[in-house]
Design a protein around this ligand. Structure first.
Ligand SMILES: [Zn+2]
Length: 366
């Protein structure tokens, strides 16, 4: 085929136009931010309807200035009590110091948890020593034990990976049972982060933006294995109270989570970082919250004052189609559950007051 000069120019203009059109038609997921045309009532809450207890909160800095700022934040949010836990590596001196500092600022509004000390795990005396440390921390003021996903995913000894239900920690769980100290435990991560990063993966964007969270290329463990180990741990220690953080990463399968709660009365759940799971299934979530209203606690985990409003909106309102906290937790909108007051009160504070010994009920309504 031959082109005349003008034909060639027409051809290249058409080619250029098609490039412009096709690039406009291939924006990335990150760029896709459609402005909703939906006009429905909105309730942008900045304060909870009832005072609440945040059972999953990490504040490493407990200096007086920081605690003053926290009290101001808490007053604005209507957070009655902040339960501060070290993510990992906080036991002994850290717990005693944090307890002293926080209680000095406001004995009623703050409480602390401790961690398991994993050092020298292979010593024959380890189980007794770890349990004694937790017991000492309880006596120094810790009201709970926080276990991070480190256990199961990152903790290794000379024989390999240390499973979540490793018997070397049995004495620790029994100390917690003895003192009725709840164990707030975070095991594994969302299921999608363990699956191939392909177009079918709901966590595709998170895998793109947070490549370090990709567990699909390692062969040490599967998601199912970690979750089974955790459930086995719960079953083996029926006298220990567990709070399974992040809905035990079963927010996408509330039926299965309900079966766990039905089977094991020592297990409770916490809702930190799973608003996108709860808010995409408002009817199923509402049924779940009503059915398990005595087993669900409020926790936020990542501390960000502005983000609490999404939790309040999710639990309290019947708002439709509102923005999630993180787009990479799921590329969809949220819907409020409009929970009845009696359920809200349990999730916000009544369950925490019941589970945690030593919290003051002062300031919380009947
Ligand atoms: Zn946490």
């Amino acid at each position: 085929m031959t082109f005349s000069h003008s034909n060639l120019r027409r051809f290249s203009c058409a080619l250029l136009a098609s490039v412009v059109v096709s690039s406009a038609q291939t924006i990335s997921i990150e760029e896709f931010e459609p402005k909703s045309t939906l006009r429905v009532s909105e309730h942008l809450l900045t304060r909870a309807k009832f005072p609440f207890i945040d059972v999953h909160n990490h504040q490493r800095d407990v200096t007086p200035g920081k605690l003053d700022q926290l009290i101001r934040d808490m007053d604005a949010l209507n957070m009655g009590i902040l339960i501060n836990s070290p993510v990992g590596g906080g036991s002994g001196k850290w717990v005693a110091d944090a307890h002293t500092a926080m209680k000095a600022r406001d004995a009623r509004r703050f409480a602390v948890m401790t961690n398991i000390d994993y050092t020298n795990l292979e010593d024959p005396g380890y189980p007794a020593r770890a349990a004694a440390q937790v017991e000492a921390d309880i006596k120094a003021g810790a009201i709970g034990l926080k276990v991070w996903k480190h256990l199961g995913m990152l903790l290794f000894d000379s024989k390999g990976r240390v499973p979540v239900d490793d018997p070397r920690f049995d004495a620790v769980w029994e100390v917690c049972a003895k003192y009725k100290i709840p164990v707030l435990i975070h095991t594994a991560d969302p299921w999608g982060l363990f699956q191939p990063m392909d177009k079918y993966n709901e966590r595709w964007l998170e895998l793109k933006l947070r490549a370090g969270r990709n567990q699909s290329n390692q062969h040490q463990f599967t998601w199912e294995q970690l979750i089974n180990e955790q459930h086995n741990l719960f079953a083996r220690h029926p006298n220990t109270l567990f709070i399974n953080a992040h809905l035990g990463w079963l927010g996408h399968d509330l039926g299965k989570l309900g079966e766990l709660l039905d089977r094991l009365p020592n297990v409770n759940v916490e809702i930190g970082a799973v608003t996108s799971e709860i808010g995409r299934q408002p009817r199923a979530s509402h049924r779940f919250f009503v059915k398990y209203q005595d087993r669900i606690l409020f926790g936020k985990d990542a501390y960000n004052v502005a983000e609490y409003g999404v939790y309040f909106r999710l639990l309290e309102t019947d708002d439709d189609y509102f923005d999630p906290i993180r787009k990479y937790h799921g590329i969809w909108k949220l819907y409020g559950l409009a929970l009845p007051d009696e359920v809200l009160k349990k999730v916000y504070y009544k369950n925490a007051l019941r589970l945690f010994p030593g919290l003051s009920s002062e300031g919380f309504p009947e």
